[in-house]
Design a protein around this ligand. Structure first.
Ligand code: NDP
Ligand code: GDR
Length: 323
């Protein structure tokens, strides 16, 4: 019999890749979507007929209990979150309600309905923030630098706590930045690659950015969802860093994206204060040795390949959509 998995955040970047991956493994996939006046199914439109979409919200525990009771998944992947770091300063309470307390609501729903359900929590390298050591591992102390990072630390520890308090099979993936052509337009990689495509099409000439010195360990989202699944298949629930082990600055990103189309980034990028953050995470680089050894996980897409993939996809998108 096919295994059934529930994905929260299925309409997001990772949700769409994870849904594709689980379908390819023969799963029945149930996706939780929140009510909205416009449909947000762009990323899953191509697989929508193969999914069961159900209405629910991390802000509403009764909806979570109802979904678990009705659909009886054996695995739950909690990818839903207010995930944009900059927004978390403007909406810190909403970010806490969703990204922090939302995790408790879902864990509690699992505890009440079926404590045998295996649970994955989308933890983040933002928990390391002002990093205490380089590279960051599963034992590096946390020092979050945004309301989002603080909320993720809460989500991480409540997952550990429910594992230890109630014996739940609950694991956290401490994932470093991962990107794709499906990345939201507000995140820096996509902002740059989409901006490059618009410049190539003659629709724009410049891209306003914030801090171009910050460094991130960027990987490909399609690789990272595989690690989520591998964690959930382990006999013992544990936490894993998932990263490429290589770091690049936002400037490197600009250089790679513009040079892919034969342009000089310095002529098209300028610093706009609106995109500077009240507190910055300067450098992230992860050590994924544990995931490599215990899960057999390796990234397959390099930084240069990732940027080229995203620029090419955006050029195609702008060509078709005209914007
Ligand atoms: P996205 O922002 O692309 O997707 C977020 C998803 O959460 C969307 O489906 C959104 O729905 C949903 N959502 C937001 N609020 C609620 C709510 N109250 N109830 C139910 N659903 C909600 O994020 P990513 O796919 O990039 O990331 C997935 C997860 O991984 C997030 O938790 C993120 O914080 C975390 N993460 C991401 C990393 C990355 O580099 N991408 C790295 C480390 C962690 P809607 O479409 O309706 O807005
Ligand atoms: P991040 O991703 O904050 O790391 O969180 P983002 O792409 O937003 O920023 C990365 C770095 O680029 C700098 N930057 C800019 N960022 C944006 N968005 N826009 C700009 O114009 C800009 N200019 C410079 C930022 O200051 C930052 O240093 C992502 C999210 O997916 C989180 O949900 C996830 O947990 C972490 O990655 C790991």
């Amino acid at each position: 019999m096919a295994k059934r998995a529930l994905i929260t955040g299925i309409t997001g970047q990772d949700g769409s890749y994870l849904a594709e991956f689980l379908l390819s493994q023969g799963y029945e996939v149930v996706g939780m979507v929140r009510r909205s006046s416009t449909v947000t199914f762009e990323r899953i439109a191509h697989i929508q007929d193969d999914l069961t979409l159900v209405a629910g919200d991390l802000l509403d525990e009764v909806s979570l209990i109802g979904i678990l009771r009705e659909h009886r998944p054996v695995e739950v992947y909690n990818l839903a979150a207010q995930s944009f770091v900059q927004t978390s300063w403007g909406q810190p309470v909403l970010t806490g309600e969703t990204t922090a307390l939302g995790v408790t609501r879902l864990l509690d729903a699992i505890r009440i309905v079926d404590p045998e359900i295996r649970f994955y929590q989308a933890s983040s390298s933002e928990m390391f923030g002002k990093v205490r050591e380089v590279p960051q591992t599963e034992t590096t102390p946390f020092y979050p630098r945004s309301p989002y990072g603080v909320a993720k630390v809460y989500g991480h520890w409540i997952t550990v706590n429910y594992r230890e308090s109630y014996g739940l099979h609950a694991s956290s993936g401490m994932l470093f930045n991962h990107e794709s052509p499906r990345r939201g337009l507000e995140f820096v990689t996509r902002k740059v690659t989409h901006g490059v495509a618009r410049i190539v099409a003659g629709l724009d000439d410049k891209i306003p950015l914030g801090n171009t010195d910050s460094q991130r360990d960027w990987g490909f989202a399609g690789d990272y969802v595989r690690a989520m699944w591998l964690m959930v298949q382990r006999d013992e629930p544990e936490d894993y860093v998932v990263a490429t082990g290589k770091t690049h600055s936002v400037r490197d990103l600009c250089e790679a994206a513009f040079s892919h189309v034969g342009l000089d980034w310095a002529e098209h990028v300028f610093v706009d204060e609106r995109f500077l953050r009240p507190a910055e995470v300067d450098l992230l680089v992860g050590d994924a040795s544990k995931a490599r050894v215990e899960l057999g996980w390796e990234p397959t897409v390099s930084f240069a390949e990732l940027v080229a993939m995203m620029v090419d996809a955006d050029i195609e998108l702008v060509r078709h959509s005209g914007r």
